[in-house]
Design a protein around this ligand. Structure first.
Ligand code: UDP
Length: 309
């Protein structure tokens, strides 16, 4: 099969390409290298059946060949990007997704779009089911991403229905693993690099906010299953094992030598309190659930950071 992956230089995009190549497919990877890593592209280029196109999907794509599936993972996604890259994020989520839909319509390709748990905002329903409409500040510091991704879902739903384009939407919850950027500002790379440096781990606020972390190979497996399924409604993909950020910090301290203290620092505005996916839909319709628990996943990730980051 010939497949397209946008955001191939990014963390999940890289792992998705690797798995698709392992499965014997031909992959065309697209990335503008704004937040992705050139090393990821170079590692993919070293493999047969991979071709790279440097391009920002907010600009029209001139690709005319048909693909079986176009996986759209292109978008800056770390909260530290929500400041400097806010307009890029809005462009990618609007014009970028529109361009992907046009490409899919022209070439008869199915779209797998990666949405996010951020569409639920700071949720009032817990755990979050796909039927929940969310609690989002439309003008807050996270709005470029939250509302951008919500617009993308609205666009895909309406465009796909109007123009009869095949589309699938994954709502991705917090995901981690090797090849996260050490400086991407997310909690796990921050804590691991601070732990190895013997510096205090910067817990935002009292650390009572929760997240549920999914190992990247599980996430990739869910994305591929959804892309190949008949499920046209959005599907939550994530690991339901929930942990407070304070407890998470303690786990990382133990795994990185046990020398670091915990420092409580200011909590960013609109930081969601609770986040845990209800994955009933994925279980029932995709036969999917995460296989790698946090102990295994963190051991692999910490080891990778120690070796390479
Ligand atoms: N966080 C933290 N210390 C950090 C980075 C993040 O306590 O150095 C917190 C952040 O406020 C949030 C959680 O960890 O409550 C997850 O943050 P991340 O940026 O990884 O992703 P998010 O789930 O907010 O998109």
């Amino acid at each position: 099969m010939q497949l397209l992956v946008t955001g191939c230089a990014g963390f999940i995009g890289y792992h998705l390409c690797e798995r698709l190549l392992d499965d014997g497919h031909e992959v065309v990877g697209v990335d503008d290298l704004s937040t992705g890593q050139l090393t990821n592209v170079n590692d993919l280029k070293a493999r047969p059946r991979f071709r790279f196109v440097e391009h920002d999907i907010a600009e029209p794509l001139s690709i005319e060949e048909p693909f079986e599936i176009a996986y759209n993972l292109a978008c800056p996604a770390s909260p530290i990007d929500f400041g400097p890259r806010r307009l890029n994020i809005l462009a990618v989520c609007s014009r970028g997704v529109w361009n992907m839909l046009d490409l899919c319509r022209r070439t008869g390709t199915r779209l797998l779009h990666t949405s996010t748990s951020e569409v639920y905002g700071n949720p009032r329903e817990h755990p979050q089911r796909e039927s929940y409409w969310g609690h989002v500040n439309p003008i807050g510091p996270r709005s470029c991403y939250d509302e951008g991704k919500r617009f993308a879902e609205a666009l895909i739903t309406n465009y796909a229905n109007y123009h009869q384009v095949e589309a699938r939407v994954a709502r991705i919850f917090n995901t981690y693993g090797p090849r996260m950027r050490a400086d991407d500002g997310r909690v796990l790379p921050n804590f691991i690099t601070q732990g190895f440096a013997g510096k205090p781990l910067t817990v935002h606020g009292d650390g009572s906010q929760t997240r549920s972390f999914c190992y990247v190979t599980d996430m990739v497996d869910g994305i591929i299953r959804l892309a190949n399924s008949d499920v046209t409604e959005p599907v939550n993909l994530g690991n339901p094992a929930e942990i407070s950020i304070l407890e998470f910090a303690r786990e990382i301290v133990r795994l990185t030598g046990g020398k670091s203290e915990i420092a409580h620092v200011e909590r960013p505005k609109d930081d969601p309190e609770l986040r845990r996916p209800d994955i009933t839909r994925a279980r029932q319709h995709l036969g999917w659930e995460p296989k790698i628990d946090r102990a295994q996943g963190l051991a692999r990730t910490v080891q990778w950071f120690e070796q390479y980051a």
